[in-house]
Design a protein around this ligand. Structure first.
Ligand code: KG4
Ligand code: ZN
Length: 327
């Protein structure tokens, strides 16, 4: 079995995965959404202190597995340096105490493997990762052959939902709140410009759209009855930007199996729009189970199973945290 730890942002999570079967034997996550909500975003120092409380609390619940562990895995990149350190330090201590190998996992590969929790892997895949920290398209041939073909030049898709929600006083995280509000709004009420629509670049940008929404919220002058229309129009354009750029990319790289992963892949409008786009190419859409779209340790454990089989172990002393991913 492998014990896996996730602490890259505001979720403290630990999982136990059986190597031979990919079975998830234990998973627990303690989220810090309420604590960060008053600030409208994650406060790194507060997050680190909350991990220092939550991780040992969850760890005591998996003691019964300790003598069966073959490795300990932990998210080492990307994320907030001060929160990654909490998980990595705990993982190193477990590796030393139990004399087992340490596996440093890339959180983005974790999101890709959220598709394979309790399942076999199947590649190749074209993957759209939409999370709070990332918006990128990757061609994934295997665990070790991942090519990023498009990414955001500024804010990420999920982050733009968080910032728009903050403008409307909806708290953190903003994605589910905006999705809810948008249900009662008109997607065509506000004519926001689709980012980079005239640019030949296959890349993403959300800072301009975010500012356009800021002006609309200012213009509403506290009239909250306008917020559902603003939310719906924003969600529509944020999604249209993704589908337009994907369409451009598909002209030269026809999709076969396409996946959406990451916290924002829970967005139902995004799922429906991409599904519609994929029909033109006869391509199949796969997504993770809703509970594994956002950050969790089960996906880290699932990557670790494949890394363990390929003996991709980390050095106990030199494994360090890296806020930015190399992918
Ligand atoms: O993957 P994740 O849990 O953390 C990171 O790795 O960043 O993603 C969290 C992000 C947040 O920005 C959150 O607002 C967004 O995912 N999110 C959504 C939805 N649910 C979560 N964005 C849009 N629509 C949603 N339904
Ligand atoms: Zn994530």
């Amino acid at each position: 079995m492998i014990l896996s730890i996730e602490s890259s942002c505001d979720d403290s999570a630990i999982a136990i995965t059986e190597i031979a079967t990919n079975r998830l034997l234990f998973h627990k996550k303690i989220s810090q959404e309420i604590e960060h909500s008053v600030y409208g975003g994650v406060v790194p120092e507060l997050a680190a202190r909350l991990h220092a409380e939550a991780l040992p609390q969850i760890l005591t619940q998996v003691e019964e597995y300790f003598d069966k562990l073959k490795a300990v895995a932990v998210t080492a990149t990307p994320g907030l340096a001060v929160t990654l350190v909490e998980g990595v330090t705990m993982a190193k201590a477990i590796a030393v105490a139990l004399h087992i190998p340490l596996i440093g996992v890339n959180h983005l590969i974790g999101h890709i493997y959220s598709l394979f929790i309790e399942k076999e892997t199947h590649f190749p895949l074209t993957v759209l990762l939409v999370s709070g920290g990332h918006t990128q398209v990757m061609e994934v041939k295997s665990l070790t052959e991942i090519e990023t073909v498009a990414k955001s030049m500024d804010d990420s898709f999920g982050e733009s939902f968080d910032k728009v929600a903050k403008m409307m006083g909806l708290g953190y995280p903003g994605g589910p709140a905006i999705q809810n509000l948008a249900k009662n709004g008109n997607r065509f009420a506000y004519n926001f410009t689709v980012p980079l629509h005239q640019s030949p670049l296959i890349a993403f940008s959300y800072s301009g759209l975010k500012n356009a929404v800021r002006l609309a919220v200012l213009d509403a002058d506290g009239d909250t009855t306008k917020y559902p229309d603003i939310a719906a129009s924003f969600e529509h354009i944020a999604t249209k930007h993704l589908t337009m750029k994907l369409k451009k990319y598909f002209k030269t790289h026809k999709p076969n199996t396409f996946a959406i992963v990451g916290g924002a892949s829970a967005n139902l409008y995004l799922r429906s729009q991409i599904e519609a786009l994929l029909q033109d190419y006869n391509a199949k859409l796969i997504v993770s189970e809703l509970q594994y779209c956002s950050d969790n340790a089960a996906m880290i454990g699932r990557v670790a199973v494949d890394m363990y089989k390929q003996k991709l172990f980390s050095n106990l002393t030199s494994l360090d945290v890296h806020p930015k991913s190399i992918l």
